[in-house]
Design a protein around this ligand. Structure first.
Ligand code: IMP
Ligand code: MG
Length: 181
């Protein structure tokens, strides 16, 4: 598996620093809020990130899972997202929602998901991503919390996959081009 990695982009030490920094920011921002916080963990890629992050947020919080995918540009559903696993919660106006995502690429997934949850009248909806590739943006979207901005490289590990593999690497690495081209 490691022989498919071109180089390590974010090692375990930096991942630890990133989750500490983001957790501190989130704790500061939500500590005085009057509504309960729910982390919306987007499966499957943000599993490790959410797990590390939540253990560093010393606030009462709840977690829920969603599984979504965006239709690629060029299809007739371009810009829409498909919901594979939805939130089983009612009365979202009672909660602050923080969506936890692994990486923002075109921006379609989080732009649409944020809009969808706002339309369901959540008290607030914010987004937290481990990684961001701003140069790839196709729709306007800026995450509220971002671990690290990266160049246009295909990355794997720490939850991120290529063809469902490499999620169990303990770091984020750049996948060798020969694997996917
Ligand atoms: P967006 O809707 O284009 O922003 O899509 C974001 C989703 O694309 C992420 O949740 C990932 O599943 C996937 N993705 C984008 N870039 C990468 C990458 O470099 N490695 C692994 N998955 C990626
Ligand atoms: Mg994903």
């Amino acid at each position: 598996m490691t022989e498919d990695v071109e180089r390590i982009l974010v090692d375990e030490k930096e991942l630890d620093e990133i989750t500490t920094r983001l957790a501190n920011q989130i704790t500061q921002d939500y500590k005085n809020s009057t509504k309960p916080l729910i982390l919306i963990v987007i499966l499957k890629g943000s599993l490790n990130f959410a797990s590390d992050l939540m253990r560093k947020i010393p606030l009462p919080l709840e977690i829920e899972f969603m599984k979504v995918s965006s239709y690629g540009a060029g299809t007739k559903n371009s810009g829409e997202i498909k919901i594979h696993l939805d939130l089983i919660r009612e009365e979202l106006e009672k909660y602050d929602l923080l969506i936890i995502e692994d990486i923002v690429d075109s921006g379609r997934t989080l732009a649409r998901l944020t809009q969808l949850l706002k339309n369901r009248n959540a008290n607030s909806v914010k987004t937290c991503t481990l990684l961001d590739k701003p140069s790839r943006r196709e729709v306007e979207f800026t995450p509220d919390y971002c671990g690290k901005e990266i160049e246009n490289e295909f990355v794997i590990g720490y939850g991120l996959d290529y063809d469902e593999k490499y999620r169990n690497l303990p770091y984020v690495g750049i996948l060798k081009r020969e694997i996917y081209s």
